[in-house]
Design a protein around this ligand. Structure first.
Ligand SMILES: [Zn+2]
Length: 223
């Protein structure tokens, strides 16, 4: 049973929160950071069985998080509002995913370095790069929060796959020697799979429900 999300929430509960025993565990009431609430209408539920949840009686951001499931989008939203950085969110999602995959005794692959030439999108913007593929990428990610977007990587090189310059790359850990990365295509072609590099485990066929573990709400195109 994974307690990663439970623990992440616990470490981010505001100091002013009030604790109450709840039928399944503990309820914490605090000023919801999503809506500027000042009457402790935000709640985090930490259950003894490892599951958790949140709700707000003012803005109605509510979610229930089962153990061993990908981080829900509404809990992600709350964690960001409670101060978790994009890097920390990506790490959390990766760790949750990895725990689940390892529990499935999935096949392993060798650790792969980041694709050649990959740098953060923010760096390419700062460099004012002129590249039609990069323009397409920015257009495709237009709905994404810029700070979040700029933490993804991109390379102008097509690489051995021939299309790496039409992908944005999600990196976990030190970019010089990442713990994992995944390259998502910007082209809506179902034949093009996500390409991944992971030190310990990778499973080729993720079921539908697994996909949000990689994608952030802004880029999850399956909805
Ligand atoms: Zn709220």
């Amino acid at each position: 049973m994974s307690t990663l999300i439970h623990d992440a929430l616990q470490s981010r509960i505001p100091h002013q929160a009030k604790r109450y025993p709840d039928k399944a565990g503990t309820r914490h009431e605090f000023n919801c950071p999503l809506c500027g609430d000042k009457r402790r209408r935000g709640r985090i539920y930490l259950n003894d069985d490892g599951s958790c949840g949140c709700d707000c009686k003012n803005c109605y951001n509510a979610s229930r998080q089962e153990t061993d499931k990908p981080l829900t989008k509404k809990l992600e939203k709350l964690l960001v509002a409670l101060g978790m950085s994009g890097d920390e969110i990506r790490r959390l999602k990766y760790d949750v995913w990895r725990e689940r995959i390892l529990a499935q005794n999935s096949p392993s692959v060798t650790k792969q370095p980041l694709p050649d030439g990959a740098r953060p999108i923010g760096d390419w913007i700062a460099d004012n790069i002129a590249d039609p593929n990069f323009n397409d990428l920015l257009e495709d990610l237009a709905d994404m929060d810029p700070d979040h977007r700029d933490g993804y990587y991109w390379t102008p090189e097509a690489g051995t796959t021939g299309d790496m310059n039409r992908r944005y790359i999600w990196v976990v850990g030190d970019p010089e020697l990442p713990d994992a990365w995944a390259a998502h295509t910007i082209d809506d072609d179902e034949e093009v799979d996500t390409i991944v590099g992971d030190p310990d485990a990778w499973v080729a066929s993720l079921d539908e429900e697994d996909e949000p573990a990689f994608d952030t709400p802004e880029i999850n195109r399956s909805e």
